[in-house]
Design a protein around this ligand. Structure first.
Ligand code: IMP
Length: 207
């Protein structure tokens, strides 16, 4: 018990610049074996408007926006789903695709409707994640991750978030929403990007 408290007090704080609880859960689990303690943004914190053309632009923008107001290192994630048959949509607009006011369930249905005439072999898709780490108003490290799969014919599963229930992992034949968080992270874009980021964090402080 005592050593646990000691370990906690020795941990460095890492602020996640996101209000997406799905992302927070996955990133937190991947920090578990490290000496970094995840923290949420303060409730009063303003919203960053994502106007970038790329995942990298938005991740850097979010990280720098938060870093300008905080003294701890800040980690930002920008991610999304690119569907080949839709010319890479929803892409950087994944969180706002079709119409900002849609629920995620409606958004998933809209994607499935757009693909209604697309045969199974052409429903390929890719998740992409860009992580940016900022400190003192500067980007100190960036990592990326990608994973490929396909879009199902109907939503399946109730775990995870976002487009998880329509994204099928090829070697499992299951959607991200049908598998445990740890199993998703072993295959996912965010898992890959975060494992590379954890390696960098293990060599902290940066030179
Ligand atoms: P943003 O990074 O805040 O622009 O939002 C990313 C959006 O992409 C999320 O709101 C989800 O709709 C989608 N997304 C990103 N990563 C995942 C994932 O791991 N599973 C499902 N959807 C995701």
């Amino acid at each position: 018990m005592r050593s646990m408290a000691n370990r906690q007090s020795r941990c460095l704080r890492l602020v996640f610049a996101t209000r997406n609880e799905g992302k927070v859960a996955e990133l937190t689990a991947l920090l578990k074996e490290t000496c970094w303690a995840p923290e949420r943004l303060p409730p009063s914190f303003g919203n960053y408007e994502e106007t970038g053309e790329t995942f990298a632009d938005n991740a850097r923008g979010k990280a720098l926006f938060a870093s300008a107001q905080l003294s701890s290192p800040v980690l930002a994630d920008d991610s999304g789903l690119e569907i080949d048959a839709l010319g890479g949509e929803p892409g950087v607009r994944s969180a706002r695709y079709i119409d900002e006011s849609l629920s995620q369930e409606e958004r998933n249905k809209a994607v499935l409707d757009k693909l209604s005439d697309t045969p199974v072999e052409l429903r390929t898709a890719h998740f992409f994640c860009h992580l940016a780490l900022a400190l003192d108003n500067d980007i100190v490290h960036e990592t990326t991750g990608r994973c490929s799969g396909s879009i199902g014919l109907a939503p399946r599963g109730n775990q995870g978030f976002g487009y998880d229930s329509i994204f099928i992992v090829p070697n499992l034949g299951l959607t991200f929403a049908e598998i445990r968080l740890e199993d998703k992270s072993a295959q996912s874009h965010r898992g890959a990007a975060m494992r590379a980021m954890v390696e960098f964090l293990g060599r902290w402080p940066p030179n």
